[in-house]
Design a protein around this ligand. Sequence first.
Ligand SMILES: C[S@@+](CC[C@H](N)C(=O)[O-])C[C@H]1O[C@@H](n2cnc3c(N)ncnc32)[C@H](O)[C@@H]1O
Length: 204
Amino acid sequence: MTLQDKYDLVFLNEIRGISLEGHMELTANTEKTMVELLDKVKPKRMLEIGFNAGHSAFMWQTLGTTLEYFHAVDICQHQYTKPCSQIMQTIFPEFKFGEMDSKNLGETRSLIEYDTVFIDGDHTTEGFTADLHSCMMGQVDNIIVDDWDLSRGVRHTLQDAVNDVNNPYQITGFYKYDNDNIVRGGRTKSVIALVQRIIPDDTV
Ligand SMILES: C[S@@+](CC[C@H](N)C(=O)[O-])C[C@H]1O[C@@H](n2cnc3c(N)ncnc32)[C@H](O)[C@@H]1O
């Protein structure tokens, strides 16, 4: 049984026939790539920005064997988002969901409790910059940037941040997976950039 089959078993009744915003396709290729990513990151306390219909959240929770807990936020602009988050709660009792604009994350909630954040919400340059800033202010160790390949603004913002000598973050890997992307029409590949906080070892 593939991850997509498992997702369908629990979520399909809620989203059948509804047109969904672009999301992770839970194919064998996606699963293999994400297992590699998870093996490198080993997330313990993880936040997702941009839950949508829960494809990626379901994937992180199912494959993330090192997770202590997993939370997600979304502005809930789609009518299916809240019901899907409730389904997630029934299968993963530790899962918590917040209806909110991630631009307010830095102010309303300290990101310091998370070692890993998956940024997949507002993909505009402004939206991504706010999310990246909140993660860096919260000293999040692992920032997983979705759709790095789709927007020049996102790439430049990220590049500027990691080029800043006062900033301990570096891009440590790229991961290509299958995505159901309505912007580009149907299933395509998407690229995740992994950004990690590298603290020089001054004990040597
Ligand atoms: C591309 S979809 C996420 C797909 C999902 N991560 C997956 O792969 O299954 C983007 C989601 O981000 C949400 N979103 C957009 N802007 C946001 C914001 N400023 N704060 C929180 N969520 C936002 C949208 O409502 C949408 O559900």
